[in-house]
Design a protein around this ligand. Sequence first.
Ligand SMILES: Cc1ncc(COP(=O)(O)O)c(C=O)c1O
Length: 446
Amino acid sequence: MGATAARGVGSVGGAGTTGATGVTSPGGADAGGAAEAVAGATAASDAAAGGAGIRAAGVAAAAALAADEPGQRGDDLEQWSGAGGAFPAGSLLGDGKVIDLRPGAAWLGELDTAAWRRAWRLAATVTPAARPDPHGLPGLRALLADYARRSRGVACTPERLLVTRGSTNGLDLLASTVLRPGDRVGVEDPGYGKARSVLAARGAELVPCPVDEHGLIVEDLPDDLRLVCTTPSHQYPLGGVLPVPRRQALLAWARRTGALIAEDDYDGEFRYDVAPLPALYGLDPEVVVYLGTTAKILTSDVGVGWLIARPDLVEAIARRRAEFNDRTAVVPQEAIRLLLERGDLARYIRRMRAEYARRRAVVAEALDGLTLLGDTAGLHVVVLLPQDESERVTKEAAQRGVLLDTLERHFMGPPRFAGLVIGYGSAATTRELRAGCTLVRELAAP
Ligand SMILES: Cc1ncc(COP(=O)(O)O)c(C=O)c1O
């Protein structure tokens, strides 16, 4: 593929900030208890986007779906688009439309709307239980356990699986069960801001753990963490796939220190160069808690995810969850169960994997010459830029109706390097994706 090889980023992660510079939140009262043929593909995807129903999502709906960091996104629009969010005459699409290249949203253009509607119609006929099971619906637990085994190499029985509302909710449930106020929790830096928020709200002292282009730098982990949160399939946002030796070192570290590992497998279904590495959980189910989600295969809005852990932990989490009446609504659970049972979800994921592979090829071709990271998996790539350039490019792109996200924003401490995080799920068509990335290439040209 056309991406400049992600070498020469030896400085990435070099100046680590591991240490006790974490944020301490006293709010722990509740924590006590607890990617080819690009041209043909472009035509297919463009045609799909002009279709009916969810296919007609378009830029406005895509922008609404891209609700990764709502406050931040709103600020971008206000700050860079001009009054009232209307884009100037120079915008690429005109009509005030935007090309959204921010990460966080999946592309829903090829959703089989007939299967989707059928599942939700049938799900609506389910009779809610008077006393909902905090573990989730038994039928869904069994199907999700089977899905995790087939798609992620995770051998698990339904007893090891608890239905959540998504991976963030799963992390919150885990934190509220195992953390005591002031416990030190390792978070990847740069990393996922919402995970940091959830952990801080549960009273954790956050410890930024540096990552490089391969993922978490395991040898830098301190020994006094209760929990470390990691994204080994596709580090968020840098995009590294954690190599096998580091996986083994991470598990050995957890065994030695007694820490737990929260494995956020938010986009583990999407790997394009070779078959995905199996989930970390499969290597050591005693110390890893696996967090799965429908956020990238569908959208966060569905509100269904799954947590896989050893049975005693699942039971403790279920009890803790019941204490504060946290649950996954029955109708979304039943809809996902039906989509899994009929094979609709598996078919959709196969189509999406092909679509994302095409989109990723479009992005890599349009950005050729820039330094890309993390383009072998997931729904986003990172473009490394010189310090101060990402702000300028983001601002000038917004004035042309192209929304971007800076890499710096994802750091907890001072940013150690700069660039853009370019998501390829939100753009309505590959034509728009190519136009947006071509503009980025022009603006970023030295
Ligand atoms: C790193 C990471 N984890 C998890 C999620 C999704 O979380 P949830 O399932 O809570 O919607 C996202 C969504 O953008 C993400 O980027």
